[in-house]
Design a protein around this ligand. Structure first.
Ligand SMILES: [Zn+2]
Length: 242
């Protein structure tokens, strides 16, 4: 009986290690492919953090590239310090013409669409938003997606290096909105909660998501008000300036 429990244990440990190895291998295999198709690969280190910049777009503007790197080293350490000191210290940026969205982040890798930056060369705080997703690294099923995207845009709004230059701002409140709209609409609501209800709420919210303990009761516990009543209060008096 004992021996077989022991054997099962060993087998489980073995399987666990193997799947971890496979996962790591998959990730680096993916980058290997990207490196093969790259026009340039740079590794930049500053303090605790390093960035591998893989450029697969031959005509990608070098000035934009320089600014993306700058924004990374300004904001990633800040985001790590404020929200999650255990976040990965090695990040990979891939400028990938095959990627059709604006940008996406997962497992330490951020993919950027060069066509977006051709049209919007000033939109460098896409980096601020995307690398926040690395800092968040919420486990699957951590909570609603509107919170994830709301926080990433809240961070872009509060830490952005040049939101003005990108013409990026929070939209005015309108009756048609809901906190579930995500991105900037939710970011504005989060900012209002920070300013008018309880400072530190968004930091706690981010932590709850990462620890997979978020439930709607979070709002009542943290601010003394339910999510619905916070939103109602916000819709009655949505001012965030001054
Ligand atoms: Zn996002």
């Amino acid at each position: 009986m004992h021996t077989s429990t022991f054997k099962t244990c060993l087998l489980l440990i073995f399987l666990c290690i193997q799947s971890q190895l496979l996962r790591a291998q998959n990730r680096w295999d993916a980058i290997d492919e990207d490196i093969k198709g790259a026009t340039a690969v740079d590794t930049i280190k500053q303090g605790k953090y390093s960035l591998i910049f893989i450029n697969k777009s031959p005509d990608f503007d070098t000035a934009v590239k320089k600014r993306l790197v700058e924004v990374f080293f300004i904001n990633y350490p800040k985001e790590a310090k404020l929200y999650n000191k255990k976040t990965t210290r090695k990040v990979v940026f891939i400028v990938d013409p095959a990627y059709e969205g604006v940008a996406a982040a997962a497992s330490g890798i951020v993919r950027f669409n060069p066509a977006w930056f051709k049209k919007n060369p000033g939109d460098v705080d896409v980096v601020t938003h995307e690398v926040m997703h690395l800092v968040q690294s919420y486990p699957s099923g951590a909570g609603p997606g509107w919170i994830t995207e709301g926080i990433a845009d809240y961070v872009r709004f509060t830490l952005g290096v040049d939101n003005e230059g990108a013409n990026w701002e929070l939209p005015e409140f309108s009756e048609k909105q809901s906190y579930e709209n995500a991105y900037r609409i939710t970011a504005r609501f989060f900012y209002w909660v920070e300013r008018n209800v309880k400072k530190g709420t968004i930091k706690k919210l981010d932590k709850a998501m990462r620890e997979k303990v978020y439930a709607e009761t979070f709002w009542e516990k943290t601010t003394g008000k339910s999510l619905q009543s916070l939103w109602e209060e916000y819709s009655r008096k949505p001012t965030i300036s001054g």
